[in-house]
Design a protein around this ligand. Structure first.
Ligand SMILES: Nc1ncnc2c1ncn2[C@@H]1O[C@H](COP(=O)(O)OP(=O)(O)OP(=O)(O)O)[C@@H](O)[C@H]1O
Ligand SMILES: [Mg+2]
Length: 253
């Protein structure tokens, strides 16, 4: 299997605070990798480094076999990134934004137009005439998803992609990600919805306080925790809550 995302000792310090600590990742073509962890664990920081928007303090990143330090543009052309809060120029209409993306990525106009039509249809994006500033949060998010998916990137990085989407759109997105992965696209996603990770991800990595503390398929994670029947939630809490008595904490409130 071709490894499409690799990091070695990936580390990020914000002043004296270590947000990401020596993370080693090796993710293969066609995988759906779920990157889980409590709030502030370092997921977004890791994604920002892997996608070239934040410079690591130290460590190596190889994407599609290319060193990110020396091949940043080439890599950015081939990957798609959906950040946790996508920002789109507010003064554009929906179709102008999609035209703009088509232009800067030098995409084939005819093919892209067809993909836009298909994607807009499945996601119910029937508001391309609207100004971005007049769109709701979920509407903007779907427009952004269309702008990324229409490029058919070889790797998709998604930071909590289902937050803010209605149930139908979330379901469609999950199905599309599975389809793209079966066609060879690598998916790297963060989520707090453990059920999504449990159902969709081929492998799961758990990060806590900047360090990758567990990794594997759900079966591997279960056997590592010696609990063959455990749900991902049980395993996740066992690993990240450090023995805190959650029920007791709630009772004391
Ligand atoms: N630009 C920054 N400057 C200083 N500290 C930062 C910066 N960005 C992130 N951090 C810190 O790094 C840590 C990891 O943050 P990060 O956003 O990666 O967490 P996360 O795992 O994505 O959390 P969440 O689940 O809440 O999205 C946090 O303690 C955060 O305060
Ligand atoms: Mg985050």
């Amino acid at each position: 299997m071709t490894v499409t995302i690799r990091s070695r000792d990936l580390t990020k310090d914000f002043d004296k605070f270590r947000a990401v600590n020596a993370v080693n990742l090796s993710i293969s073509e066609g995988e759906i990798y779920g990157f889980l962890g409590p709030n502030g664990a370092g997921k977004t920081t890791t994604i920002r480094m892997l996608t070239g928007t934040l410079k690591p303090t130290s460590g190596e990143i190889t994407i599609l076999g290319l060193d990110l330090k020396t091949h940043e543009l080439e890599i950015k052309r081939q990957i798609g990134v959906v950040p946790d809060e996508p920002r789109i120029y507010p003064n554009l209409r929906g179709f102008e934004f999609l035209d703009f993306v088509t232009e800067i990525y030098k995409l084939d106009r005819k093919k892209t137009k067809e993909r836009i039509e298909e994607l807009c249809q499945v996601f119910g994006v029937n508001y391309l005439e609207k100004m971005v500033s007049d769109m709701s949060h979920g509407m903007k998010q779907k427009l952004y998803l269309v702008s990324v998916l229409m490029r058919r990137p070889k790797i998709l990085f998604l930071d909590e992609p289902t937050v803010g989407l209605d149930a139908k759109s979330a379901k469609i997105l999950k199905m599309l990600l599975q389809k793209y992965s079966s066609e060879g696209c690598t998916v790297f996603m963060t989520t707090h919805v453990l059920e999504i990770a449990e159902k969709m991800c081929t492998r799961i990595g758990i990060i806590n306080k900047g360090s990758l503390i567990a990794e594997g398929t759900l079966t591997e994670l279960r056997s590592a925790s010696n609990r063959t029947q455990a749900s991902l939630e049980d395993i996740f809490l066992q690993l990240t809550a450090e023995g805190e008595d959650i029920e007791g904490l709630v009772k004391e409130l």
